[in-house]
Design a protein around this ligand. Structure first.
Ligand SMILES: [Fe+2]
Length: 427
């Protein structure tokens, strides 16, 4: 498409000649017609509001988002939302109301992966399956030791469709931070693939080692068969066939690289993977496991929250701030966006946006969301929970940038590109 052709097609619908200089003046009707002609959704044409560099919500603002959830015939949870940009999957705080003598009622799980942290003040129970055992029913504990209780409580990574529910373990209240993030494969379960295609994928994917199916598919996508691969790589034919059929046969990195050199693909995309997880798929840290990871980091002390290589963008840590400086502190910069929740004390949050410094006094219960690549930091005396995800910038985009030719030019040119493909105009 060129602007001239577009204007020709538009001329029977609107009486304005569109150019790159008058796009801001287009009305709804014109945008509608352009989207029809280009056969793309209207939302692709409308400028989105820029993501802010941070969003602060006080405890009071968060409390105003309170809504009750009923389950198992009782008022089961209260939900509160933490500050998040428009359209993002937002983390929630949840009051646990199910009494200790009632077996907590399982939910159905969800596609979105999550990290959950026990916030107290009291221990609660967490249940993960119908059948109760040491992995599926745990005391989700709160750290009672005043020396280390900036590490608030136990925490775990929860994969897709891991069932979960909570009840009180005492007569007192309990609370959790449930950090649910976006699933990058959500589109596949919508109608990105048609029913026929999706069913084929479902039926033919090696469920234990999907990377093997995708390598095999890459080989055939590019017009090669195993016979040819065998001849060129000298890898035993039977071994090659078995590798794609069972889980036991192994090919080492050298052999995978040989195959990938022939088809001109990236061997690291196709290596077998291993994940740290228990029989229900979660990766659990008792608060004592977090304590074992205490370390210095920049001007803080930190300790890890459980995460998984299954969701490379989703991770977090506990932060202890003990820094009475009067100076601006912006010693943290991450590629991922993050939420901070103040769990103890008072801290001052600093951030830098286009050379301008912002600061906010934060008290217990306040929360701030910080965008990717925003210099920020904290002074004062208190504790924070930090959890990050890939909703602003994700690992799939990082892989794509790794693959990008002439990165310097692409980065300079790709942002708000208004240069067209360079075809001749009529005049
Ligand atoms: Fe959940």
């Amino acid at each position: 498409m060129t602007i001239d052709v577009l204007n020709d097609l538009l001329s029977k619908h609107i009486n304005l000649s569109v150019s790159l200089d008058n796009l801001d003046n287009l009305d709804d009707h014109a945008i509608e017609k352009i989207s029809e002609i280009l056969s793309i959704p209207k939302s692709n044409l409308i400028k989105n509001e820029e993501v802010p560099s941070f969003i602060f919500n006080s405890k009071k603002q968060i409390e105003e988002t309170k809504r009750p959830i009923r389950r198992g015939g009782i008022h089961y949870y209260n939900y509160y939302t933490l500050p998040s940009p428009k359209g993002y999957v937002a983390p929630v705080l949840i009051d646990i109301l199910c009494p200790k003598n009632k077996m907590p009622v399982l939910n159905n799980g969800h596609l979105e992966p999550a990290i959950t942290v026990s916030l107290g003040p009291n221990d609660i129970y967490a249940r993960f399956a119908k059948k109760i055992n040491k992995n599926t029913f745990v005391k989700f504990r709160v750290n009672p030791d005043p020396k280390t209780n900036w590490i608030i409580g136990s925490n775990y990574y929860e994969p897709s469709y891991c069932l979960h529910t909570y009840s009180r373990a005492t007569n007192g209240p309990g609370k959790i931070l449930s950090y649910t993030t976006k699933s990058y494969i959500e589109g596949l379960f919508g109608n990105k693939l048609n029913e026929n295609s999706f069913n084929y994928l479902k039926k033919n994917l090696n469920l234990k080692k999907p990377n093997r199916s995708f390598l095999y598919q890459d080989i055939t996508n590019k017009g090669y068969d195993l016979n040819y691969i065998h001849k060129k790589t000298k890898i035993n034919k039977k071994k090659l066939e078995n590798y794609f059929k069972d889980h036991k046969t192994k090919l080492d990195l050298k052999e995978i690289t040989k195959i990938c050199n022939i088809i001109n693909s990236n061997p690291s995309d196709y290596l077998d993977k291993k994940f740290k997880e228990d029989p229900v798929g979660k990766y659990y840290y008792d608060y004592k496991d977090s304590i074992k990871t205490i370390r210095n980091f920049k001007s803080y002390e930190v300790a890890s929250i459980a995460c998984s290589a299954r969701d490379p963008d989703l991770s977090g840590y506990f932060v202890k701030v003990d820094n009475r400086t009067k100076k601006i502190v912006t010693d943290i910069i991450d590629s991922n966006c993050s939420h901070y929740l103040v769990t103890k004390g008072n801290v001052k949050f600093f951030s830098k946006d286009k050379k301008k410094f912002n600061n906010i006094n934060m008290n217990e219960g306040d929360s701030v969301w910080v965008a990717s690549f925003t210099e920020h930091g904290f002074s004062g005396s208190g504790a924070l929970i930090k959890i990050s995800d890939g909703q602003n910038f994700n690992y799939l985009e990082k892989i794509d940038l790794n693959n990008t030719y002439n990165l310097k030019m692409t980065l300079a040119r790709g942002r708000k590109d208004k240069i067209n493909w360079g075809y001749d105009t009529k005049k």
